[in-house]
Write a new protein. Structure first.
Lengths: 145, 292
């Protein structure tokens, strides 16, 4: 799978993003790292140009409630409904519901094993084969747990 | 369905739809053939050099210079894939900070097991980009050996990037890169030691016939970039270099075809167990595939 690992906004902590990127490479995926401090518009443009099937957003800045819905909305506006969005980082429980509501399919918090996001992508792949919704604009209530 | 000049994907890509372009390139990368007539020879610059020389940052500068001058620039950044998992970590675009992503198309490509060789469909991807209106195509790859240089041998202009404290020009000479490089950029001219680096590169070249010119640049400050652009634009076709490039790209493609042959593993096993000689193995492959 082609996966974009993104850092959005004013957030310089990318150790986690890089570890996940490496783990996904070892899981057989082609991982494109955006580099730091990208805008939602840039992240969507990168996913479009790279023809990515999934975007993983790493966030530790506390700005997730603003940046992530904005990315999801832009993806739908570009017609990229089938792209899967997942999130890693510090997301308080109270903020998780709204992120799932805007189309995020998985949230990986502190303590996650590197194997979890890989199993998640495998699950996404299986669902794609079965024509089940996985994308940011495909609706349904499926989420990774 | 074959991809041709009437395919909606190509039509849309030509009309500036980047998503269609991205999907078109994916299909080519996955092995689909394209049948698009060539209306103009693609303009292709290959950029290589040792890890950490500043290739991506320099390409960012070049791309931003050309796009400010209303040229449409596409970058294909080729990175190796993991021999164990087949996955790849493609991080070159993290360096793209100056060029405007709305004008520059950047695509990361995994070598997908063609270790150091030319990724499948690279030439077709270049053609598709050129025919859908991208005036400048830049191919980037890390240069650590002969195999890696094969990637850029599909380009008709080649820039080798080096910098202070690397001393890799001699390595480059060993790997045969000097035969195909048109220009050498000595990057990081902002750092102390850059003059010494220039001199050591030039010294390293002093025994070569027809060595490529060495140009001092700084991707960080932008110094020397205009001069480098001027020199790239002014490159004249060089028969010796284009012959050397053609050799490398043909041989690289032949090698990957041999490796993909269904007989390959069996023949390798027989040779390794001394059942047949290497020469007999080669003959067996030739008999069955008419010389592949």
């Amino acid at each position: 799978m082609r996966v974009v690992i993104a850092k959005a906004g004013l957030d310089g902590h990318d150790r986690g993003a890089k570890i996940i990127a490496r783990a996904m490479r070892d899981g057989g995926h082609e991982v494109i790292y955006t580099g730091l401090r990208r805008t939602p518009e840039q992240i969507v443009a990168i996913a479009r140009d790279e023809d990515a099937s999934a975007i993983g957003i790493s966030t530790l800045s506390g700005a997730h409630a603003r940046l992530i819905p904005s990315i999801c909305q832009l993806l739908r506006a570009e017609g990229m409904d089938e792209v899967t969005v997942f999130v890693g980082g510090i997301i308080p429980d109270i903020d998780r519901g709204p992120l799932y509501d805007c189309g995020v399919r998985a949230i990986f918090g502190p303590g996650t094993s590197v194997n979890d996001p890989i199993r998640f992508l495998e699950n996404v792949n299986e669902r794609i084969q079965q024509n089940l919704p996985v994308g940011v604009g495909q609706g349904g209530t499926w989420r990774w747990s | 369905m074959e991809l041709n000049s009437k395919s909606p994907l190509f039509e849309n890509a030509k009309n500036g739809d980047r998503r269609s372009l991205a999907k078109l390139l994916t299909r080519i990368e996955n092995g689909e053939e394209i049948d698009i007539p060539t209306t103009k020879a693609p303009w292709v610059l290959g950029v290589t050099g040792p890890p950490g020389a500043g290739k991506s940052t320099l390409i960012d500068r070049l791309a931003s210079h050309w796009s400010e001058n209303k040229q449409r620039v596409a970058i294909l950044a080729v990175d190796p894939s993991s021999p164990i998992s087949g996955g790849a970590l493609l991080g070159d675009r993290a360096r793209m900070v100056h060029s405007n992503p709305a004008q520059v198309y950047f695509r990361s490509i995994s070598a997908r097991g063609n270790h150091g060789g030319i990724p499948n469909g690279l030439e077709a991807m270049i053609q598709a980009l050129s025919e859908s209106g991208w005036d400048r195509v830049i191919i980037e790859t890390v240069g650590v050996g002969q195999g890696e240089y094969a990637v850029i041998s599909v380009a008709d202009r080649i820039l080798l990037v080096d910098g202070p404290d690397r001393g890799d020009v001699l390595q480059a000479e060993k790997a045969g890169i000097l035969e195909i490089a048109d220009l050498i950029a000595c990057n990081k001219s902002d750092l102390p030691g850059s003059l010494k680096a220039m001199k050591s590169i030039e010294d390293g070249l002093s025994y070569s016939d027809n060595p490529p010119p060495v140009i001092s640049v700084s991707s960080l400050t932008g110094d020397g970039i205009e001069n480098l652009v001027f020199r790239i634009e002014a490159l004249e076709p060089d028969l010796g270099k284009s012959t050397a490039r053609a050799k490398i790209s043909l041989e690289s493609i032949m090698i990957s075809r041999i490796r993909r042959s269904p007989l390959y593993d069996d023949v390798i096993q027989d040779i390794s167990q001394n059942k047949i000689t290497s020469k007999q193995g080669a003959e067996r492959m030739e008999e069955n595939y008419g010389g592949i």
